[in-house]
Write a protein that binds this ligand. Sequence first.
Ligand code: SF4
Length: 374
Amino acid sequence: MNLYSSYCELCPRKCGADRAAGQRGDCGATDQLRVARAALHFWEEPPVSGWRGSGTVFFSHCPLRCVYCQNYEISSGGAGQAITTERLAEIFLELQDQGAHNINLVTATQYVPAVAAALRLVRPESLHIPVIFNTSGYELPYTLHRLDGLVDGYLFDVRYSSPELARRYSRAEDYPQVAVKALEAAVEQVGPYTVASPGRRRAGSARPTHELEIDAQYPGTSRSTRPTHELEINAKYPGAPGRRALQDTIGYNSSSYRQNSGAQDPAEVVELMTSGVIIRQLLLPVPGGLDDSLQILRSTFARYGNTVCYSLMNQYTPMPQTAQRYPELARPVTEADYSALVDAALELGVTHSFMQEGGAVSESFIPPFDNTGV
Ligand code: SF4
């Protein structure tokens, strides 16, 4: 059975490609499901990577294709291998068997019908870990609704509030209004940001199997000492308006993630994401980039407050392919700009957030898209 339509409108491009007949859409996808990597990944936010890694599936092609994309090999280059829906379902189970804390679907929009079909093959009977949809935010609510009951959470980029920036860097002037509606649908679908604490039972009766497994595996683990980076942040902002909020604010160091080649120490891991939305904001070094990020932060916080988690990212990495045409993208973000964004979050009273301390990442951070695990 062909899962795709003869006039594709899965994403906001609505390019109308005859995917059923194998025609390639604006995103680059045809009727073939393609995946470039399926492996444990340690470079997401701590409650997603945990200590055993996030079971991350990188899908080929992308509807948004930002000019600064770090994964351009797959988003624009189309790296990857064709697989069946059944094989994708197997991959989910293999990642679970490898110890993944969750399934992390990276840029799967163009394959949502196949992804939903694969998830239906294994949920809820065989796949017990949370499923997280990792998206650029350029989504349509009706496409996300096809994932109702199949995904538990979102890593949801909100890239632009300015149509001009969205047009220049992603050919998507409609991005700001599209992302606002898509985020609304995502939050409504998966509810508030929720984590499970390894070794500690939450109030309530029904708990997912994976939490019970974690409790069994790490009995008695608890958050007895606060991570150094939190203390550093507290010291950096003594008496700041967001001081109380900082008690639940965790920074993370992208440099240390970059160096991680294996599992982290479970004692350092505080919580694991079980549902809800982490909003990701990648600060860009371009003129107006900080103002745009501040606008996104303020508007999303005004709408969702602390029911979602905020991930403020300074890991923007200049890519060789953009330097000539977009010279303003050929440098990392400044510390001053990033501090201003972090300060704004603290002043707003954000209580669930992640901040990065390592700055721009090198290309070594980008995993090899060599069909590992496919
Ligand atoms: S998912 Fe791809 S083929 Fe479908 S509308 Fe979007 S760009 Fe076109």
